[in-house]
Design a protein around this ligand. Sequence first.
Ligand SMILES: [Mg+2]
Length: 268
Amino acid sequence: MRGASGTAKSPRASRADPWVRAPRAAGSYAGQVDWIRYDAALFDLDGVLTPTALVHMAAWAETFDAFLAGRGQPAYTEQDYYDHVDGRPRYEGVATFLASRGIELPYGDPSDPPEADTVCGIGNRKNVAVNEVLDRDGVDPYPGSLRLLDHLGDAGIRMAVVSSSANAPHVLKVSGIADRFEVVVDGAVAARDGLPGKPEPDTFLAAADRLGVAADRAVVLEDATSGVRAGKAGGFGLVVGVDRGAGPQALSAAGADVVVADLAELLP
Ligand SMILES: [Mg+2]
């Protein structure tokens, strides 16, 4: 008769060994991120922690539709958002989208008023629309994301937000999760420090550096292909693609190691 210290392996014994895992149903990644191997989690904000993508998409559509109508162009579409705008810094999103329609405008200057027909003016117009919606409606974090933040906080994982958006502090405040993060690298910080935006890895690397964590000990969580590419390019320990519409194939092709539909799938 074997005692409790015997060598027979029960199914639960594999839980102690990070290299042995029970088979999972196809498409389910539950429990497959072994958080003990990582010291930090670097979260994109919009679409990963908060459903602000919907706020942003509405604000972009309002802004671009008015602009395009004045030029006799077809309406802006949801696919335009995913192909040209999602995850990019605001002015780059404007420039990339306009280029896709063969429209050339002067770049202008970030200080341009929202009425200006420049890349920066259009970007500023959209920002006004976003802030109006946020102040009026607020935004709740995804429940699954909140559960993962709770778990990682309890586990002592360091956490940062890395967002292309200059609205990140506003979103963090109205969603009530600002105090969860030691470091926030947002669009304003990137501009101040001269960091190129996603898909370049610099903003994620800066966040890891500020946390004092090596890239290969940090996990990047992103819903945009541009952000996944940034995580891949940065040599991070793990890149999690969060599929909120970009599609699992696009996220995998951009370099995601794991694709989930909800952050609760990453709970043990
Ligand atoms: Mg995002």
